[in-house]
Design a protein around this ligand. Structure first.
Ligand code: 5GP
Length: 191
């Protein structure tokens, strides 16, 4: 998606060789118009996948996902990051490790928001190692539902997230694929 790539070049900052900061339009400040265009692009790609619901992970996945859900006219569910296990039968939970923040959290989904008939699109802001996406997949599959695909706003293609997901048979569709980060360097995969 050219608009997104241009915005990353203009306003993104590589903190180091592995972390990209996009606080001015995606992770802190949010550019609603750009989010709307992201929603349109995800819709164009996923509209014939038989999707019934869209899941995302709090909190930075919410803005692009709500725009996608609006345009696809589908329900959206935000998976919660809890700090500890909830000891009740009402939720599905799985432990996810965040390499960027060096913490573990309990990704949590209330059972009332999923059923075995569901075909779920998972959207997230970044794909790095694929830990968050694989956590979301575990919750969907524990409920007996299907994963229709994974939509990513910014993929860091030099990290193994895409490969980890594709090796397990999941479709990954990313709007911007970063091939290299460094001081004053942001490069994209040639497509
Ligand atoms: P993964 O689970 O694929 O290793 O990492 C994805 C999650 O970590 C995303 O939900 C995102 O919040 C965070 N993340 C990973 N890499 C980056 C990055 O370079 N920049 C920002 N802002 N977040 C990242």
């Amino acid at each position: 998606m050219e608009t997104l790539k241009n915005r990353i070049l203009k306003d993104g900052h590589a903190l180091n060789e592995s972390v990209l900061k996009v606080d001015s339009f995606l992770n802190h400040g949010v550019d609603a118009k750009l989010m709307q265009e992201i929603g349109t692009t995800f819709k164009e790609h996923f509209e014939n996948h038989g999707i019934t619901k869209i899941f995302t992970i709090e909190s930075s996945g919410i803005a692009p996902t709500v725009m996608t859900a609006l345009q696809m006219e589908l329900p959206m569910v935000t998976l919660k990051k809890q700090t500890s296990k909830i000891l009740s039968g009402d939720v599905y939970q799985t432990t996810v490790h965040s390499f960027t923040k060096a913490v573990d959290y309990e990704l949590t989904l209330s059972k009332k928001f999923i059923s075995p008939e569901d075909n779920i699109l998972i959207i997230d802001d970044f794909l790095a190692y694929g830990e968050a996406a694989q956590g979301a997949i575990r919750l969907v599959e524990e409920a007996g539902a299907k994963v229709a695909g994974i939509g990513i706003v910014i993929e860091k293609s030099f990290q193994p997230g895409r490969k980890n997901l594709e090796d397990k048979g999941y479709e990954v569709y990313s709007l911007a694929r970063v091939s290299k980060l460094g001081k004053d360097i942001i490069e994209f995969v040639e497509e």
